[in-house]
Design a protein around this ligand. Structure first.
Ligand code: ADP
Length: 264
């Protein structure tokens, strides 16, 4: 039996098909979020890649910022619970998740079974989110996927003193006009995001067995800066951006099994 998990985010749409809630069949990420053709494209791509069709799906769960705008899902589950379940599936030993997406950042403690225990969240301010990094990438004329590798070559990382995205952008422009190397500016940007998000995560207590999820986990510079701020290693799974959709697909299986009275 196949289930579908969809995560409609602020900047990207993710779709995942799983078999019996235990085998990842297919996953895809489209860099277009809620209010765009992104969710529809993600579905088209996942069905064409898996060779399955909508008729093969027994249950669909949608999550993410845009989950209210999805008419074809059977039910909705919060992003917090979906990331908890998705990361528990990908990295079972993890107990603290740091999820940084396009417009918010969350720190989540989970139980041995992958259930949500406690969380902290910033969804009020762009600083410490993917949006902050997207703005800086544009100012520096660097592709978002190049930020991590470039920042690893920093010699003297700058300090970014403003937390406000607008003021920090001016600070970056001033560093650029002083001919400071882009690598050093990028490392400073990553340190500033990591400091902010680590401060939030530490409010949950000292983290242990940490992983990052969400698209920003693909930025190796942020992961390294986060390890320095937290004083521990941070795991990243290659499917980190689809973790919420994976969790949604597993929830879909659990809901289907309950609805049909199937014994697993
Ligand atoms: P949302 O669910 O809110 O749409 P995502 O979890 O998909 O957010 O994360 C989106 C963010 O991930 C972007 O704002 C961007 O900063 C970052 N990102 C996406 N792809 C990459 C990449 N290849 N390398 C580094 N960062 C990335």
């Amino acid at each position: 039996m196949y289930t579908l998990g969809i995560d409609i985010g602020s900047t990207s749409s993710k779709a995942v098909i799983m078999q019996d809630g235990t085998r990842l069949v297919s996953e895809c990420v489209i860099s277009l979020g809620t209010g765009t053709v992104g969710p529809e494209q993600a579905l088209e791509q996942i069905f064409s890649e898996s060779g399955l069709s909508r008729q093969d799906i027994c249950y669909t769960v949608v999550t993410g910022y845009g989950r209210m705008n999805c008419a074809y899902a059977d039910s909705q589950v919060s992003e917090l619970s979906c990331h908890a379940k998705g990361i528990h599936f990908l990295l079972p030993d993890v107990r603290t998740i740091i999820d940084i997406g396009g417009q918010d950042a969350k720190a989540i403690n989970i139980s041995d079974e992958g259930h949500l225990l406690a969380f902290q969240m910033n969804d009020k301010c762009a600083a410490g989110t993917g949006r902050f990094l997207d703005v800086m990438a544009k100012v520096l004329n660097v592709d978002i996927s190049e930020m991590g590798p470039l920042s690893q070559r920093a010699v003297n990382p700058v300090s970014i003193s403003n937390t406000c995205t607008v003021f920090a952008e001016s600070e970056v422009i001033s560093h650029l006009s002083s001919n400071i190397a882009i690598e050093d500016i990028l490392a400073g940007i990553h340190n500033s995001v990591a400091k902010r998000v680590a401060g939030m995560a530490l409010r949950l207590g000292h983290p242990n067995a940490v992983a990052m999820s969400g698209g920003v986990a693909l930025n190796s510079g942020i992961v390294r800066a986060m390890e320095q701020e937290l004083g521990c290693s941070v795991q990243v799974h290659p499917c980190c951006q689809a973790a919420g959709a994976i969790g949604a697909s597993i929830f879909a299986w659990e809901k289907y099994v309950r609805k049909e009275g199937i014994h697993t």
